[in-house]
Design a protein around this ligand. Structure first.
Ligand code: NAP
Length: 340
């Protein structure tokens, strides 16, 4: 099979297209014939590692956590999946050397989820990192909800920072599906159009207007949940617009890794800060995300593509380096790799 690998960390040129044997899935594993591999910032960050040729965690690593395809073989003891099932996968390369940038990949059965009938591989390959992160960010508030379903966010106002980002897009869609009101921030008109297409009720340009005032106009009682990609940059804005007992779920350090918090203003609002990292979120949160995302897919609530607010950028496996570079360069939308 064709596989993309790297043996040294560094820029995308460390990625090599090679031929490898297809291996049998071990006990509790399944083998998936990958149809579409999804690329996320975590994939290039892992590939870059500490940079400069430092060794990756395994002698040879195939990148990319997300993907979708068809089950091709079952390992011993796997009962609830079948050969021929159309599936999406998550955390394919977490603590394992084999991600989805190859024709076949083996992974634990609990990281392999059936796609509902009618859900495309493009959608499947766009779910893992973005949708599961968004799900976690939306389900950590003190006043709930702990799970998402239609009506779960009824009466809640969610502020999605960066509504044209991959995680932001999933957060908007999941909030809409769950019945919440969504305000998204963006940096310009093109991204405003995408966030609106994703379903945001209101879009605020955080660069061009008084964002706090614009958000307050829509959320006169304040925001219940913030899904935050740039915690340091938006720290004061968030504190200005949240209502008492709001949660600010921080899943990235885009634009700055440190910030200070005014104790009194946070105390007065009983603010809750919840940090989110998919790799360490725990099995209960992963299972909840899988189950709720599956229900959202059945309701066709998570479409992708320009018309749905997430333009697709497609690359062949042989140009996985180009796909990584595109994500690293801040491609707007979703970068996908089509397998031969
Ligand atoms: N913790 C986790 O488990 C987890 C999971 C997924 C992703 N992440 C991380 O989250 C980040 C985003 O991932 P992604 O796949 O969504 O990337 P993406 O598609 O590139 O989106 C990032 C978005 O953030 C926006 N942004 C940057 N600064 C902003 C600010 N000050 N206010 C509002 N929006 C801002 C960008 O828009 P503008 O530049 O136009 O503002 C862009 O739309 C990456 O750092 C990634 O590594 C973490």
């Amino acid at each position: 099979m064709k596989s993309v690998v790297y043996s040294h960390t560094g820029d995308p040129s460390v990625l090599r297209l090679v031929d490898r044997e297809v291996s049998e899935p071990g006990p509790g594993e399944v083998r998936v014939r990958v149809v579409v591999s999804g690329v996320n910032p975590t994939d290039w960050k892992s590939r870059l590692g500490s940079g400069g040729g430092a060794a990756p965690p395994f002698p040879e690593v195939t990148p990319n956590q997300d993907g979708a395809g068809v089950i091709d073989a079952l390992g011993e003891g796997v009962a609830d999946l079948a050969v021929g099932d159309r599936v999406w996968v998550y955390l394919a390369g977490h603590q394992r050397p084999t991600g989805t940038a190859q024709e076949y990949t083996n992974l634990p059965a609990d990281r392999v989820v059936r796609l509902p009938a009618g859900t495309s591989f493009e959608i499947g390959a766009s779910l893992g990192v973005p949708a599961m992160t968004a799900h976690r960010a939306l389900t950590v508030a003190e006043d709930g909800p702990e799970r998402l379903h239609p009506g779960a966010l009824a009466g809640k106002v969610v502020l999605v920072a960066g509504g044209a980002g991959a995680v932001g897009h999933a957060a908007i869609q999941l909030t809409r599906w769950a019945g919440g009101t969504v305000i998204a921030t963006v940096s310009g008109p093109a991204k405003a159009a995408l966030a609106t297409a994703a379903g945001a009720h209101q879009v605020v340009n955080y660069r061009g207007e008084d964002a706090a005032a614009a958000i307050a106009k829509v959320a006169s009682d304040g925001v219940d949940i913030v899904v935050e990609v740039a915690a340091a940059a938006n720290s004061q804005l968030n504190l200005d617009v949240v209502k008492p007992r709001a949660s600010i779920a921080i899943y990235a350090n885009d634009g700055g890794g440190e910030f200070t918090l005014p104790v009194r203003q946070n105390m007065i609002k009983n603010t809750r800060y919840q940090f989110v990292l998919l790799y360490t979120v725990g099995d209960a949160a992963l299972t909840a995300a899988v189950e709720d995302i599956t229900l959202a897919l059945v309701d066709s609530a998570l479409p992708v593509g320009e018309g749905a607010g997430l333009p697709l950028h497609r690359f062949p496996l042989a140009n996985t380096a180009g796909a990584h570079q595109a994500v690293q360069d801040g491609a707007v939308g979703k970068v996908l790799i089509d397998l031969p």
